[in-house]
Each structure stands twice: as C-alpha cells, then as structure tokens.
Design a protein around this ligand. Structure first.
Ligand code: SF4
Length: 437
C-alpha cells in the first residue's frame, strides 16, 4: 500500500503575531469566541468559533510530525540539497517534490481549497481586493501544501517556537494546554518556546493566579495581548469587551505568574474624538503594567468591518497621520516604566523602536523630525514610506496604484516631488487601504 495516501494536512494559525511567523502552530480553538471588535476583520468572514477536542489537536500534531519526518527522509534521500548552494531553496525544492508526490498518491491534481467557498461566504465581498487577499491567505481549511510549507518555514526559522491559537487560548484549562505542550514536545523535541494570544479579560477575570502559574509550569512562555487602548471610552466604542482594569489586572497577573507579557496597542483607534485620551490612557496602562514588549500597530480601517461602516456614516472620524504620530509621541513621553517599544507592522508610518527609558530621547527625536516637516513634506514622506511598504508586502504595485504613478515616471525613475497634493492624498489612502497589518 502506498503510505503517501495516509498523510493529512494539519490546521495552522493563519492569524498569529508577526514574531510567530516562523513558529510551528497548532489550533486549540478555531477563531474568536468574541468576534465583536468593530475594527477587526479577523474571523468575521464566516468562520465559527470552536473549542477543539484534545484528540483533534493530538491528531494534528501526529500528522505534522509524520509530514516533518517525511520531509527529513526526503531531504536525506534527495541529492538536491547538495546541488543547491542555498539551503532555503533546497528545503523548498524538496518540499515541493514531496507535496507533488503526496498529491499524486492521493489522486489530487491540486489540493487548493478556497476558504470563501469552504465556509459559504458571500464571494461578492471578494470584489474588494484586500478582502480577497485576506481570504486567500486565511487557511481555515489547509491543504497538504499549506501544511508542508508551514513546516518548512518553521524549520528554516530554527525549529524552536510553537504558537498555540487561535484568538484566546487562556479560555482553555491549563491541564488541556499542558497535554498539548507535552505532546508537541515529544513529537518536536527542538521546540523550547510556546506562546499564545490571550484576552486580558480572561487573564483578569476568568483565570486565577494559580491557574496562570499552571500555564507557566505547563511550559507556556509568553502571552500576546491585543489591548489596543487603555481608554475605557475607546474600548467601549470599539466593542472590545474589556476594560482598562482588565488590561492592568490581566497583564500584572500574567507577569506575576512568570509569563512574559507582550501587548499590542493601536494608535489611531480613538479617532479624532478620543485621540488625546486614547494616548494618555494607553500610556497609563503601560506605566502601571510595564509589559515586556509594547508593539505598535496603527489602525487600518479594514473594508466590510463595522468600523468602516461607522466611518462611512461619519460616526467615526479617522485621525490624520500626523495625529497618529502625535499619539505615539505622547505615549513615549508619558510611559514611566521599563519596557521595549516595537513597531513591527506595515501599518506604521514611523519605525519607532527602542527601550524605555534609555532610548526615549532617540525615539522622540525621530518623531519630532517628522513633526517638524511642512504639511506637504509630511505627505511626500508618507507616500514614500507607504510605497515601500506596499512593494515589500506585494512585490510590486497593483494596476490602480501604477496608473496613478505613471505620469510621474520618467526614464524608469519615479519622481513624486511634482505630484499634486490631491494625488498624493489619493495614493496614500489607496495604498493604506490595501496594506495588511
Ligand atoms: S478579540 Fe481579537 S480576534 Fe476577537 S474580535 Fe477582538 S480583535 Fe478580533
């Protein structure tokens, strides 16, 4: 019997923190039980929340291990790794051959699964290119190719990290998480670091300190919290389902339990109305909790979200880019705690990175240099940064962006210095609407 018929894909966490991009991932739950945050496109496209059984998760770990072992065998048997100088290329080459072999054995011409169709989503939504891109990238029903490529990325990243998703793994019992971690460690002994996404409301109200400690002794190392804002008014308006107190108590308890605490904040989320309060209250949460990492992810209004509809009705008025930078300035100025600021999202205009308090001056200098520019210089600066980000994310420009740039390309050189302000504004808006966080 051809044993290639026995391989199965395992589920992967499409949504994970950027630092976990090269982690091996397993889904302990599917999607988000809350799913109400008005700015959040994730999990809203027809996906249902499910707590998976331990047998289901173990089955995924089993199939991940089998595919990984097969990848090892394939590499040993193949002479391609010797003929390709680039180990990354060799790894992907082997993976591709292995995928084709399994697909052939299983009688699959291709094992591509369209997420939109698999969950019965109205595909008219995909008229929007960002939503379409998101749906292709979101692997609710992964294939053998997705699973193998995921393993390859983990192997090339050093094979040491594992992310256990989806949106809030703290709702699971520590014993359940322990059983998963033990099984992963047995199957993948090189893994030494386990991380999850959590909601502060779970850390503060659902779990006791001793339960959080149980997560730690089970082998969990870090919790990533999307706190977004420290302002209760903002949290309420965006239906976050959490309060400033949840953020403070959840982060402090997590740290006390010995877990590393990484938080995401979202400059711009307060809109024009709450810009000041959003910045100062968020700085206050950071001061009171001193998380190990503070990651900035500027608000990007995603099509088809409740927030996009509020913007259409002018219930929500977006901050300007300058106001967003001023919010970040206010936070950097006010945070009175030891922590590390990281800007690792394409949505950010400035790469404000550094440790507080020692790098405060350098970070403020960078921010102030931008703020000192004239309005038209700020816009040109923003356009340059957004063009670079878009090219970095998509590998080139889309037709609509290219069309707007065409009149300013001379001898294959783009010169935006003479671009009318209205065109600059249009382009920045267009590019930002297509950038993924
Ligand atoms: S809790 Fe997180 S995943 Fe769930 S809706 Fe809110 S932002 Fe999205």
């Amino acid at each position: 019997m051809n044993t290639d018929k026995m391989f199965k894909p395992f589920e992967i966490c499409s949504i994970r923190p950027p630092t976990e991009n090269q982690s091996l991932t397993f889904r302990l739950t599917r999607n988000c039980y809350w799913n109400k945050c008005t700015f959040c496109p994730v999990y809203k496209l027809g996906s249902k929340f499910i707590k998976r059984s331990i047998d289901d998760v173990k089955s995924d770990i089993y199939f991940a291990k089998r595919l990984n072992d097969k990848l090892d065998e394939f590499k040993t048997a193949s002479d391609v790794s010797g003929s390709l100088a680039n180990p990354e290329a060799a790894e992907y080459h082997c993976a591709q051959e292995m995928i084709e072999q399994i697909q052939q054995a299983q009688g699959l011409e291709t094992d591509y699964v369209n997420h939109a169709e698999s969950v019965g989503v109205d595909t008219n939504l995909t008229d929007d290119p960002v939503t379409g891109w998101f749906m292709q990238w979101f692997k609710e029903t992964p294939t053998i190719a997705d699973s193998v490529n995921h393993l390859v990325s983990w192997r090339l990243g050093g094979g040491r990290s594992c992310f256990l998703g989806d949106a809030d793994s703290l709702i699971l019992k520590p014993l359940f998480v322990k059983e998963v971690i033990d099984t992963v460690k047995t199957s993948f002994p090189s893994i030494h670091r386990f991380t999850v996404y959590g909601r502060t409301v779970s850390a503060s109200r659902l779990r006791t300190l001793s339960e959080l400690k149980e997560f730690r002794s089970a082998g969990l190392n870090r919790v990533h919290f999307g706190i977004e804002s420290g302002s209760d008014a903002v949290l309420k308006r965006v239906c976050k389902g959490e309060t400033k107190n949840d953020h403070i108590s959840g982060c402090l308890k997590t740290k006390e339990a010995g877990l590393s605490c990484s938080i995401y904040v979202m400059p711009g989320l307060g809109g024009q109305q709450y810009s000041e309060e959003h910045a100062s209250e968020t700085a206050d949460v950071i001061t009171q909790t001193a998380p190990d990492f503070v990651r900035m992810r500027t608000l990007q209004v995603f099509p088809n979200t409740p927030l996009a509809k509020q913007r259409e009705r002018e219930v929500f008025v977006e901050t300007t880019e300058e106001q967003v930078v001023s919010e970040i300035r206010q936070m950097i100025l006010k945070i009175d705690a030891r922590t590390q600021i990281i800007s690792d999202s394409a949505t950010n205009l400035l790469n404000v990175n550094g440790r507080l308090p020692e790098d405060r001056r350098a970070m403020l200098h960078m921010i102030d240099s931008y703020l000192a520019l004239s309005l038209s210089q700020k816009k040109l600066f923003s356009l340059q940064i957004r063009l670079q980000a878009f090219e970095g994310q998509y590998g080139g420009f889309s037709e609509d962006i290219y069309g707007k740039l065409m009149p300013f390309i001379n001898n294959a050189t783009l010169d935006i210095s003479s671009m009318p302000e209205a065109t600059v504004d249009d382009l920045i808006y267009l590019i930002r609407s297509k950038l993924m966080p």
